[in-house]
Design a protein around this ligand. Structure first.
Ligand SMILES: [Zn+2]
Length: 230
């Protein structure tokens, strides 16, 4: 039984100190291998990773690290892993470019999440989107309320593409700024145009408790119709 905090073991796992030089060499070799592999994958910088790239990175990542410092992991098997992953990556990207169905299956396709100033419920619920995250992404794109957005698509990369109404066509919509949004309530006291706090459906309401005609929930926020100033 080893003793706790045996420094020789903690620091070097009982390997000779010279092994550190081997680590230096191993790491340098793997560094070059990673560099060559990523360049030959045809991939440039990384902004949003597609599903394939994520698989590529995870696969390469775990194969790259081990041989750098595990004495019992050789460099050649790791390089073979690299070669195999790069070939598979090229094969799947090529295939999904050639055959539409394969692309859709592996990457998913763009999903419409906003249409005509409100959330498309069927997709919104199916995609299991977290509302707060979704709202903050819209705000990052300078959307103050949903009435500014004609179409919103969720791309396979996870990015959101937005297409806006012309200034004159902006409709009253659900405010996305927390101060305004958090004033949601279900007991309405004055006549105004309200937006459903869940789906963004707008409706002129006198007062009282009203069910949203689209999603059947009953929390409302007073709609705003500010234009988009960019
Ligand atoms: Zn609703």
């Amino acid at each position: 039984m080893n003793e706790i905090f045996e420094w020789e073991r903690v620091l070097l796992n009982e390997l000779p100190a010279m092994f550190l030089i081997e680590v230096l060499v191993r790491t340098s070799v793997m560094y070059l291998v990673i560099l060559v592999a990523l360049r030959s994958s045809g991939k440039r910088g990384v902004k949003q990773l597609s599903v394939y790239e994520l698989v590529l990175i995870i696969g390469l990542g775990s194969a790259a690290g081990d041989p750098m410092f595990y004495e019992d992991v050789g460099l050649l098997p790791a390089m073979l892993v690299f070669l195999t992953i790069i070939l598979l990556y090229r094969l799947t990207t090529w295939l999904s470019g050639k055959v539409n169905k394969v692309g859709e299956l592996l990457e998913g396709s763009a999903v419409c999440v906003i249409r005509d100033g409100r959330f498309s419920l069927e997709n919104f619920e199916k995609e299991d989107l977290a509302q707060t995250e979704f709202f903050s992404e819209l705000r990052e794109k300078s959307v103050e309320h949903l009435g500014q957005v004609r179409v919103g698509l969720l791309e396979p990369t996870g990015e959101m593409s937005l297409f806006f109404y012309e200034d004159n066509d902006v409709k009253p919509g659900l405010p996305l700024i927390p101060d305004a949004y958090n004033k949601k309530h279900s007991e309405l006291v004055k006549k105004a145009v309200y937006a459903c706090a869940f789906c963004g459906q707008t409706k002129e309401i006198e007062k009282g408790k009203v069910e949203c005609p689209a999603c059947k929930r009953d929390e409302w926020v007073e709609a705003i119709d500010t234009r988009r100033i960019t």
